[in-house]
Design a protein around this ligand. Structure first.
Ligand code: ZN
Length: 282
C-alpha cells in the first residue's frame, strides 16, 4: 500500500531492492501482506460487502502519478456525496475510496503482494478506503479501524474472458508516466466498477493487517479477492517500464509476505441464498 508515502520522512530512500527487509520500520504482529490459504481460513458467515457508488462515473478527470514506488491514482472527492465507498460485512463505519495503486513484477517474475494458496499472481491492485469517522488522514493512520483496503489479483492471459477495458486504459496510459514524479490525465469516463471488470466481489479473504509500505501501521482491514482479473500482456507490460526515483526500473515492487502470528483469516464464499447479494451495487 502506498497511501502514506508522501508523509513518510524516508520517502526518498524507499525502494523494493530487498522487498522491505531493509526498511527499518517498527512493526507489530499484524503485518501485511500475508500468504492466504482457503483450507486454513475460518469460514465466514458475515453479510455481503456493500459497494456504494462504485457504478457511478468518476466526476473529474483521473490523474495518474508515478510516485517512484508505484503507479497511483487519487480518487477525486465528489461534492454531491457520490464518492465511491464501502460498508456492510462487519464494518462499523462507511469507508470512502481515496486512492488506488498497483504492485507488479517484471517480464519474468510475478509481483502480487498477497499469495493465495501459495500462488503469487502477476500483479495486485489496491483500492484504499479511509474511515469516514476520521476527518484527517493522520487520525485514520493512528486508529486500528482507520482503513479498508481491497486487494485484487491480476493474471496475465492471452485472451481475457472479460476484457477489462478500463484497466487496459489505465495500463496503456502508464506509458505516459515512465519517469518519477510524472503525471498524466486519463481520458474517457469510467467508474471503479468498470476497473474491476465484472469479477465476483462477494467471495473474499478478510483479516486485520497493516499498510504494506512504511510506516507499516497496523490500521487496515484487508479484503482480498481470490478470483483474478484477467488482463493481456500488451496492457500490463506498460507497468514494467516505469522507473523509480533513482532512474532504475520500477519492477517487483512488492513487500515480502509477513508472519501470521496466530491471526485469524476469514474466507467468505458467495452464497446464492443471501438476499443482500442482489444489493451489492448502488
Ligand atoms: Zn499497495
Amino acid at each position: 500500500m502506498n497511501y502514506v508515502l508522501r508523509n513518510y520522512a524516508k520517502l526518498s530512500h524507499l525502494n523494493y531492492d530487498q522487498h522491505g527487509r531493509d526498511w527499518n520500520v517498527e512493526t507489530g504482529k499484524q503485518q501485511s501482506p500475508i500468504s492466504l490459504a482457503k483450507h486454513q481460513a475460518v469460514r465466514s458467515t458475515a453479510p455481503t460487502l456493500t459497494f456504494l457508488n462504485y457504478g457511478k462515473t468518476i466526476a473529474s478527470p483521473w490523474k495518474l502519478i508515478n510516485n517512484g514506488h508505484t503507479l497511483t491514482m487519487l480518487i477525486p472527492p465528489a461534492a454531491n456525496g457520490s464518492q465511491p465507498a464501502l460498508c456492510g460485512c462487519k464494518l462499523e463505519s462507511v469507508y470512502k475510496a481515496v486512492q488506488l495503486h498497483f504492485h507488479w513484477g517484471a517480464p519474468f517474475s510475478k509481483g502480487s503482494e498477497h499469495k493465495i494458496d501459495s500462488i503469487r499472481y502477476d500483479a495486485e491492485l489496491h483500492i484504499v478506503h479511509q474511515n469516514s469517522a476520521y476527518a484527517l488522514q493522520q487520525e485514520a493512520l493512528s486508529s486500528p479501524d482507520g482503513f479498508v483496503v481491497l486487494g485484487f489479483m491480476l493474471k496475465l492471459v492471452p485472451k481475457p474472458a472479460i476484457n477489462p477495458r478500463a484497466l487496459n486504459k489505465v495500463c496503456s496510459q502508464a506509458s505516459q508516466v515512465k519517469n518519477f514524479k510524472t503525471t498524466s490525465t486519463l481520458k474517457g469516463e469510467f467508474s471503479l466498477r468498470d476497473i474491476l471488470a465484472g469479477i465476483e466481489r462477494q467471495e473474499f479473504f478478510t483479516y486485520k493487517g497493516s499498510l504494506t509500505t512504511p510506516p507499516c501501521s497496523e490500521v487496515v482491514n484487508w479484503f482480498v479477492f481470490p478470483k483474478a482479473i484477467e488482463i493481456s500482456k500488451r496492457y500490463l507490460r506498460n507497468l514494467w517500464y516505469l522507473t523509480d526515483n533513482r532512474g532504475k526500473p520500477l519492477i517487483n515492487n512488492y513487500r515480502e509476505v509477513q508472519d501470521l502470528h496466530g491471526r485469524k483469516v476469514y474466507y467468505r464464499e458467495k452464497s446464492n441464498q443471501t438476499k443482500q447479494d442482489t444489493f451489492e451495487y448502488t
